[in-house]
Design a protein around this ligand. Structure first.
Ligand SMILES: [Fe+2]
Length: 134
């Protein structure tokens, strides 16, 4: 059984799959069951991974993280997602190693949002803490 918006990784080939709509089966890739990615929410080091969500006048800015994560060829943020708390909307931005890991967009987001990001080395991280700056 899968759940909407879960992320799964194949530990053989690196495929990442997101559940668009849930079903009863198990996801299999390269002959093995895929691993459900569970986001971490606290970074013991310098908070370079936990997304920081700011809302100001209907503009959302999501940074990874409070100290910007390195964006190098071997170690970088692969994507950031913003997800409405009622799971009705999803926004995803992909990054290349030389780009800043920041996602900005306009949204009243009255239902509230959370964010998650994937680091190619350190995995999945999430936050639902939104700072309102008016
Ligand atoms: Fe990292």
């Amino acid at each position: 059984m899968t759940n909407k918006l879960e992320l799964y990784r194949c530990n053989v080939c690196g495929n990442i799959a997101e559940i668009v709509l849930s079903g009863y089966g198990k996801l299999v890739c390269c002959g093995e069951e895929m691993e459900l990615l569970i986001p971490k929410t606290h970074d013991e080091m310098e908070e370079k991974h936990v997304p920081v969500i700011e809302m100001k006048d209907g503009n959302i800015t999501i940074r990874v993280g409070s100290v910007l994560h390195p964006m190098e060829e071997e170690h970088y943020i692969q994507f950031i997602e913003a997800i409405a708390n009622d799971n009705k909307y999803l926004k995803r931005k992909y990054f290349k190693p030389d780009e800043e890991p920041i996602l900005t967009f306009k949204c009243e987001c009255k239902e509230g949002i959370s964010s998650r990001e994937l680091c190619n080395i350190h995995g999945l991280w999430a936050s639902s803490e939104v700072t309102h700056d008016r």
